[in-house]
Ligand binder design. Structure first.
Ligand code: DC
Length: 230
């Protein structure tokens, strides 16, 4: 069985990272959440005062400081789950909070941030044996990946999944608001000028609107085995 590169791209809230993480674990590959890297740079910019409450970005200063930003991942020894580190500090919790979530798309739209992170991502995947998820993995980061998947689901289905998750955490955000947010993020992801979200021509399309997690998992494993055994 050969060692390959697996690129998983797609819309937000369609279970990409769950399936990517799960596949990586089951085949003993490294998993990289590229979105976490954009989130870590956003956290850095907020903490350094380079991204204000009014969403003003000091691009010049951020550009100069890019070489000082180191993002990497380590597995939590108890849970086995990957944790994101920013310059040696575990920032996994902070990067998932509302403040970073609401500002990350601004940082992800900066070409010099993308160039720096793409370079880091390519270095992480040099040895293959990697599953990376994001928006531009199959198109920009690893255009030669042996297996590319583009995941989607109907906006209403994604909004309902997000709604159920939030309800379970005690968050009462109404479904309509979540649906609007999903649709807005889809629009931003697909229409930004740098590396917009689009399916690579050679990516397999996975619409998981009507699939269970177990069905998805089995489908993905099958694709992996087909390609890795070629
Ligand atoms: O997948 P996520 O929600 O954690 O991604 C966070 C943000 O980063 C989101 O605005 C999309 C963006 N992103 C990107 O532009 N390119 C990637 N490869 C991954 C994420």
């Amino acid at each position: 069985m050969k060692k390959i590169t697996i690129a998983i791209d797609g819309f937000s809230s369609c279970g990409k990272s769950t399936m990517a993480k799960d596949l990586a674990k089951s085949i003993n590959y490294i998993y990289i959440d590229s979105g976490a890297m954009y989130r870590a740079v956003t956290l850095y910019a907020i903490r350094q005062g380079l991204l204000t409450d009014k969403n003003e970005i000091n691009e010049q200063a951020l550009l100069q400081r890019m070489p000082q930003i180191k993002v990497n991942f380590r597995l939590d020894p108890t849970t086995g789950l990957p944790q994101t580190y920013l310059n040696g500090e575990n920032v996994e919790r902070d990067i998932r909070g509302m403040e970073v979530s609401s500002k990350v798309s601004l940082i992800a739209a900066l070409d010099f941030v993308r160039a720096a992170l793409v370079e880091m991502q390519q270095a992480m995947g040099k040895e293959k044996g990697i599953v990376m998820d994001g928006r531009d993995i199959g198109t920009v980061v690893f255009p030669d990946a042996e297996l590319k998947i583009f995941v989607t689901a109907r906006p209403e289905v994604r909004a309902k999944r997000r709604y159920d998750e939030l309800q379970a955490k005690g968050d009462k955000t109404p479904y309509e608001e979540i649906l609007k947010n999903v649709q807005e993020r889809d629009y931003i992801d697909q229409n930004r000028t740098v590396s917009p979200l689009r399916k690579a021509t050679d990516a397999l399309l996975l619409d998981n609107s009507e699939m269970t997690i177990a069905e998805q998992k089995a489908w993905l494993k099958e694709q992996f085995e087909r390609i890795a055994n070629e």
